[in-house]
Each structure stands twice: as structure tokens, then as C-alpha cells.
Design a protein around this ligand. Structure first.
Ligand code: NI
Length: 136
């Protein structure tokens, strides 16, 4: 960890009280750690958008595998982007629904493009891309 700088912040009482309640529920040890996490997250997001470096990310989708051709189309999309996909976890949620989480590595714009493609497929109920970085 680099050198630590102390900063003081002016925050509305109502907001800090609500934030403290959230910390109590989320298991953060203290405010500083929680605020550092928020800042890191924002910095990682911003760097991912600017697209300079290769990023890692996860994309999570929930879909109905009984929808016509969807499982085949997802499989095909995966093979078309095999260099980008590090690992896939598949969970059969119930009779019709599957949860899939893919760990990805690549240029941020390519990761977003691939995730948008998956999430936009007919029969995909929910999807989210989470960009990350090993560098922060
Ligand atoms: Ni399944």
C-alpha cells in the first residue's frame, strides 16, 4: 500500500448516519475502509471506460434455456469469443432458468460489446457486466 494521506470530509449528518447503518450491515470494519472501497471502485470504473489497459471483468446472466435456440446462440457466442473468456460457471436455477457467470479478460470496449451482445439476447432475463482491475 502506498503512503496514506489523512483527509477530512464535510458530509451531511443524515447521509453519514445512513452510510453507517449500511456499513453495519455490510461488515466493513470502518468508514475509512468503506470510503476507500467506493473510491477504488469509481477509479477502476473510470479507467475501464477510458480503455487504456486490458481489463478483467465478470458478466452474469440469467436466462430461460427453453427459449428457442438461446442455449445454442449463447454457446456459439462463447466460442466466437473464446480468447476473452477465462472461465464460466453455470448453475441450473430451476426447471427453465440458468445462471451463468463468465470471467473475462480483454480491452474494455470489447468486454462491453460482448456483454451487451449476451445481455441483449432474447430470453436473457437479467444481465450485468462488472469491470474490475488487478492494478488498483
Ligand atoms: Ni442450466
Amino acid at each position: 500500500m502506498s503512503e496514506v494521506e489523512r483527509v477530512s470530509l464535510a458530509i451531511e449528518r443524515d447521509l453519514i448516519e445512513r452510510f453507517d447503518q449500511l456499513l453495519a450491515r455490510s461488515g466493513h470494519s470502518n468508514r475509512s475502509e468503506a470510503i476507500r472501497d467506493l473510491m477504488r471502485g469509481r477509479v477502476v470504473e473510470e479507467e475501464a471506460v477510458s480503455g487504456r489497459a486490458e481489463s478483467v471483468a465478470t458478466v452474469t446472466i440469467v436466462y430461460d434455456h427453453t427459449k428457442r435456440d438461446l442455449a445454442d446462440r449463447l454457446l456459439e457466442a462463447g466460442h466466437d469469443h473464446h480468447r476473452m473468456i477465462l472461465a464460466t460457471m453455470h448453475v441450473h436455477l430451476d426447471h427453465d432458468h440458468c445462471l451463468e457467470v463468465m470471467a473475462l479478460r480483454g480491452k474494455p470496449a470489447e468486454l462491453r460489446h460482448f456483454a451487451d451482445h449476451l445481455i441483449g439476447m432474447k430470453g436473457v432475463r437479467h444481465g450485468k457486466l462488472v469491470m474490475s482491475s488487478a492494478g488498483v
